[in-house]
Write a protein that binds this ligand. Sequence first.
Ligand code: ADP
Length: 391
Amino acid sequence: MAISVLVINCGSSSIKYALISERREDRIYGLAENLGAADARIKGITIGGEPLELSIPYADHAKALETLLARLANYNPQAIGHRVVHGGTMTHAERLTQDTIDRIRHAVPLAPLHNPANLIGIEATLALFPHLPQVAVFDTAFHQTMPERAYRYALPQFLYSDYQVRRYGFHGTSHAYVSERASELAGQKNQGGWLSAHLGNGSSTCAIWNGESIDTSMGMTPLEGVVMGTRSGDVDPSLPLFLSNNLGWDIQKIDNMLNKESGLLGLSDLSNDMRTLVEASENGHEGATLAIEVFCYRLAKSLSALSCGLPRLDGLIFTGGIGENAANIREKTVAYLPHFGLQFSVEKNNSLARGTEGRIDHGTGPQIWVIPTDEEGRIAKETRQVLGQLN
Ligand code: ADP
């Protein structure tokens, strides 16, 4: 019997959690949000499916975790799995030891916004549940199978050897889950060549061959690659120099602009939210229409580029809030990939709504799948694997 795992995902001002038992329908999940603010609160679902809302004014991460873990203790978690964004060159999930914690800390300069929050979660849960086995599951680990030609930047060698400047890739648990699931549904478990597009607030693409990541669109940080909600994705590396020389911007202002004011938000001058943009575009908003066009074209371009690494293309997978829900985004993207020989079914594509997995091609040529992602489920699975509780 599989053990029940508490999955903790600590962000800069929020904590997502899920308690995952062997029965999928028993899953409890929720989040603590607005941490540090007057309206900090916990929102979730109890085991009976009842909504839970709890006000925790000005609670920080540690306080929120304490409140949360005291409640979840009633459900008897037997292990804890932590999502950790940057694992450096760690290739697998690892049981938490002082050495693992030191290595997560060592990767802080590579993910200064994410790893410190992940460490707060780890330290708080270790203090509160010292006897439970705990595991760190890294967003980067799945991509450690990339060949050197895919992970190296064309930069002076010492930046790689002395400072670990290289491509790492993110969203690993999602790409791993959806590619395994699609290949299973296709009856070829973890075999063949797949391209996956994880499209949420952050977005990335991945090429997978026989179950291993061989290339991905995100790089040393999650800023590289396709157009995202507020992140620019790829731009000319000389842009910061131009902004500094001509507008007098400092590096913080440039970083903020590229991460928080660009992407769909910057292009549309309206919103970072795809649902809002789809509606606005239908009502004639030019910025929204342009943002959607650039998003789909650049996404198709990224998928085409990654396809170079695959000996054969068996299928394309859409996931994440946009990939799972926005039928028109899937249709526009596939329209920019005529050379893939995809036989797209408009009817099947339009019939898929949130949470539904399904195949949206006519059954000839490479397959096209919509697979709702399950990062928490994957973290629980990897936690069990590390602890020797295979399921
Ligand atoms: P996160 O990366 O924060 O986990 P999600 O995977 O939930 O985000 O994706 C959020 C994105 O999905 C938002 O841009 C949202 O507008 C988009 N989205 C959700 N539902 C729809 C829909 N029906 N149509 C278009 N976009 C949608």
